[in-house]
Design a protein around this ligand. Structure first.
Ligand SMILES: C[S@@+](CC[C@H](N)C(=O)[O-])C[C@H]1O[C@@H](n2cnc3c(N)ncnc32)[C@H](O)[C@@H]1O
Length: 207
């Protein structure tokens, strides 16, 4: 992958982001292993410590090549896990891992249409790309079950810049803030991130 820098800055418009992850898809898992990508393992640990239900239906937004899906599958082997992403090539890779019941190419800011409601919705390592939080939360609210959980990560540099806590508070009428983690490492072996850019893990619950 040629332009690692753009991982820090965010990639830009949707078609650029799609191309970026399509081009990276073959090497994505190996690269993230080199950088000791922490978000999937830390998020699953955070999740199982905080919730005591076994989610029957899970929607993994921006699932990419399925790194968080794999963690979900380990702890919830009987759950039906659905995934979506804008990168067709990443979805081809996650499809090969036999984690997901169904995958679709879709922007997480667009309403997803399913016949079921989900017990858990996740967005790991991808909030960076959210341009319109109202649209993202509309999609969540449409698809989450009553009392269902939402887990996502967000970079703390962007969190501060966007005053992200007030964004969460704005949506608190429908999605209660259950827990926000302290800053945790994200890509500790990547020179641009190291211990400079950490993430918070957030757990919300539908009223
Ligand atoms: C850093 S990867 C994280 C993938 C996966 N969740 C993981 O933890 O490995 C970011 C993913 O977000 C996807 N993405 C970026 N913007 C998106 C959008 N608006 N809608 C859906 N997926 C998006 C990319 O295609 C990429 O697969």
């Amino acid at each position: 992958m040629s332009n690692f820098k753009s991982l820090v800055s965010g990639v830009g418009n949707l078609s650029k982001t799609t191309k970026y992850y399509d081009d990276w898809s073959e090497n994505y898992d190996a690269t993230l292993k080199l950088w000791n990508y922490q978000a999937p393992k830390k998020s699953i640990k955070f999740l199982i410590e905080k919730i005591n239900i076994k989610p029957k239906n899970i929607l993994d937004l921006a699932c990419g090549t399925g790194l968080f899906g794999a963690e979900l599958k380990k702890v919830y082997p009987k759950s039906h896990i659905y995934g979506s992403d804008i990168s067709k090539k990443s979805l081809k890779i996650s499809s090969g891992k036999k984690i997901y019941k169904k995958l679709q190419i879709k922007n997480f800011e667009q309403l997803h249409h399913y016949k079921i409601k989900f017990d858990l919705i996740s967005l790991i390592g991808s909030m960076t790309y959210c341009k319109n939080f109202d649209k993202f939360f509309a999609n969540i609210n449409k698809n989450i079950k009553e009392k269902g959980f939402v887990i996502f990560t967000h970079r703390i540099d962007l969190w501060d810049k966007q005053d992200f806590l007030s964004i969460l508070k704005k949506h608190q009428k429908s999605l209660k803030i259950n827990k926000i983690s302290r800053p945790v490492n994200y890509l500790p072996l990547n020179k641009d991130f190291k211990n400079k850019i950490k993430i918070k893990i957030v757990l919300l619950q539908k009223y």
